[in-house]
Each structure stands twice: as C-alpha cells, then as structure tokens.
Design a binder for this molecule. Structure first.
Ligand code: NDP
Ligand code: A1CAB
Length: 275
C-alpha cells in the first residue's frame, strides 16, 4: 500500500472503548470521513448512535474485512483468537494491512493464529485519541517501511506517534495506554484535596485539570526536566516544598513507579492462547 491512508477503507473490528475512540478521532481530525470506516461488534445496538455520524456498523466481521484494506483489531486479548479464527478465510496477505491495538499480543501471535504472513503493525494508543491527543507507540517486525509510514500517518492525525522495538510494547502499554488513567487519578486526587480546602467539587476539578495541563505543556514546550520546573515553584521554607515532601513521605513517586511496573508485567500476561 503506497497511497495515503485517507484513501483507504478501514474496518475496526471491536467497537468498544478504544475502537470507537479511534473511529471518532479519525473523523474529528478532518482527514477521514465516517463512510470510510466500518465498525463491528457483536452487540451492534450499542453502536447505533454512530450511524448518524456516517460510520457503517455491522456484526459481520468477514464482510467488514472483505470490504476493507486496513483492518484494525480492537478486541480484548481474551477475545482475539475467536475473532482471528472467524476472519482467517477473508484475510488476504497480499492486500490487507492489519493494525492491532490488542495489548500483550505480538505480531507473530497474530500471523501464527491466522496461519498467514499478512503484515501487522501493532499500535498502542490511549483514550485521548478521541480528541487527537494520543501518545501512540508503533511497532512491527514484518511490515514494509511504506506500510509503517502509512500507519504512522494514520495515528499522527490523532496525536503523537513514536516507533519502538516490539519487545517494548508491553512497557509502552503501561506508560502510555494505562498511564492516562494514572494521571487522571492524580487529577481526581488533587481535586479532592481542593474540595477539602474550600472549592466546590466541579471548580476544584477544573482547576486541577488545567493545572495538570499546564504542567504537561510546560515540559513539552520547553523540553525542561520536571525537577527544574519544580525548583522554580518551591520557595525556601515555602508551602510547595512542604506539600511535596509530605507526598513523598507517603510514597507518591514510589506508588507511581510501582504501579507502572506492575502494569507492564500484567500487560505481558494478558494474552493466553486458546486451542
Ligand atoms: N481502553 C484503552 O484505553 C486501551 C485499550 N487497548 C486495547 O484495545 C483492545 C480493546 O480494549 P477496549 O476497547 O478497552 O475494550 P472493550 O471491551 O471496550 O472493547 C472490545 C470490543 O470488542 C467487541 N468484540 C468482542 N468480540 C468481538 C468479535 N468477535 N467481533 C467483533 N467485536 C467483538 C466487544 O463488543 P461485543 O461484546 O458487543 O462484541 C467490545 O465492544 C484491548 O485489546 C486493549 O488491550 C489498547 C490501548 C488502550
Ligand atoms: O487495562 C487494559 O488492559 C487496557 C490496555 C491498556 C489500557 N487498557
């Protein structure tokens, strides 16, 4: 495939949280139209709202694969083998490009299950894909440079992309895909603190979220190290260092590090091959 990605027909197999967020993000980017994208799931009633946005919805994976050239696999790891078994006859190694967002499943796992040397690119986005702010990690051991570039172009429309070695995909899952939940929980915790010191819940949440956005934007815009930016906030004998040290005594950094390590281990164990 050498043409640009927005000329392709895309089938997203598994219209759950990630599949739908991807579909919406692609259309929101303005580079894809709803009518280029088919979304499947077994309970298609849950996708009914998407029809008005121009998406095709169906529970027929085989037909969706037949009519697409880019096939995104977005089911849970424990649902993968059943799905692959059901589309095996439709997958054409010469004409299809597979993109898998399934955590803990390697390119080889997919080609072995399909028993076809189809090109597979693994993509690990996060849910900010719905607003074009994903950090998406990409890896493949069998896709051509052109097809990797095609997938990069597709995910570049919905955030930032980085190409990594496939063995780091489980780490990327923990840091970026699970990571968004870790940062969301810290914002929630900050807002709870904010309410305890005088703000209504909604305003505390808004203030905490904008503060977190500012912190991330500072690092991305300047390239500065977080500790350098923290040093600018912590006045001697001041209230910031008092709060920060209290958090560290309670294990703040350690909790984040341990959580990310456990997530990465778990991400590597999510897929158990079925017979
Ligand atoms: N959520 C996230 O933030 C991220 C998730 N991922 C990965 O993306 C994948 C999907 O996760 P997520 O969206 O959260 O999970 P969901 O459970 O929300 O979505 C999975 C979807 O797959 C559908 N499905 C299951 N079996 C089939 C089938 N045979 N044919 C068609 N559709 C099917 C389910 O619907 P139904 O039961 O109606 O068929 C469901 O809607 C996972 O592998 C996860 O590891 C990766 C990065 C981030
Ligand atoms: O929690 C999970 O297993 C999935 C993978 C990454 C984000 N959600």
């Amino acid at each position: 495939m050498t043409t640009t990605s927005n000329q392709h027909k895309i089938a997203i197999l598994g219209g759950g949280n990630m599949g739908v967020a991807l579909a919406k993000g692609l259309v929101k980017s303005g580079k894809y139209a709803g009518n280029q994208i088919t979304i499947t799931r077994r309970n298609i009633r849950a996708l009914q709202d998407l029809v008005v946005q121009g998406f095709t919805i169906t529970d027929n994976n085989s037909q969706a694969v037949r009519e697409a050239d880019i096939v995104v696999i977005a089911v849970l790891p424990q649902q993968l083998d059943g799905l692959l078994d059901s589309i095996r006859d439709e997958v054409n190694a010469a004409s299809h490009l597979l993109i898998s967002v399934v955590s803990g499943v390697s390119v080889n796992d997919i080609t072995n299950r399909l028993d076809k040397q189809v090109q597979v690119v693994r993509a690990m986005p996060n849910t900010a894909i719905a607003i074009q702010e994903s950090m998406t990690c990409l890896a493949s051991n069998n896709a051509t440079k052109e097809n990797l570039a095609l997938v990069k172009e597709l995910f570049d429309t919905v955030g930032e992309t980085i190409e990594i070695h496939e063995e780091l995909m489980t780490s990327a899952t923990a840091l970026c895909a699970c990571g968004i939940a870790f940062f969301l929980r810290s914002i929630r915790a900050a807002s709870q603190g904010g309410t305890e010191i005088g703000f209504h819940a909604a305003e505390a949440l808004h203030m905490a979220a904008q503060t977190a956005k500012g912190a991330a934007a500072l690092l991305l815009a300047t390239g500065n190290h977080p500790e350098g930016e923290i040093d600018k906030v912590t006045s001697p004998k001041g209230c910031t260092i008092a709060g920060l040290n209290e958090m560290e005594h309670a294990g703040f950094s350690s909790a984040m590090i341990k959580g990310i390590r456990l997530s990465a281990i778990k991400a590597g164990d999510l897929y158990v091959k079925s017979n």
